[in-house]
Design a protein around this ligand. Sequence first.
Ligand code: PEP
Length: 248
Amino acid sequence: MRRKLVAGNWKMHGSLAENEALLSGLLAGMGNVKAGVAVCVPFPYLSQVQAKLNGSAIAWGAQNMSQQAKGAFTGEVSASMLKDFGCAYVIVGHSERRAIYGESDALVAEKFAAAQAAGLTPILCVGETLEEREGGITESVVARQMDAVINKCGVAALAKAVVAYEPVWAIGTGKTASPEQAQAVHAFIRAKVRAQDAGVAEGLIIQYGGSMKAANAVELLGQPDIDGGLIGGAALVAEDFLAICRAA
Ligand code: PEP
């Protein structure tokens, strides 16, 4: 049985004072949470989060990283730097990075490989746009995004990774995929991995992301192939995030 994992993606939100209050609220409410929990925070706050969460049941990570190990890459942050701050996870291939910063499937695969090489667990985001869904190509888009990583790193690399299915049209829009829509894509992803390695497929955590909140979490997380959530907006309010963690 896979243990569910709920991860918060704070995006470019927060301040030292706001984070302090949010993290204190989360720590105080973790008592009856059985799922794995993590927060993925902006780089400048990793030190704060490390100091606050060290020794707690909440893991932490970043939202992006460089594919390069070190060198003259002004403004970039390497995987080993994230390890220095105790990160367990790093999100790679979030749709905002793909769409706004032009990250290609190939670049995402390089970041995935660099994360694993440094001992981080990548949370690989995949998902289709509204146009792609309406065009009936959801599965081929998700397959292409998965294949970029599988072809570069091998299917076994997914044993030490998390996949987040995030339909782009549901992120930050308040529109959630129905449990049936989400389950169908999650099952597709697992079947695709199973075709290459059944053991990896059974162990693979596939999170759903896209306007998940307390009100829809129970139904989404009740689907057989939905193993947790990647949470944006609702991760910024302790009680909202904790409600999803408890649902998981
Ligand atoms: C996300 O940023 O990954 C996300 C799922 O955002 P939201 O929950 O706000 O839709």
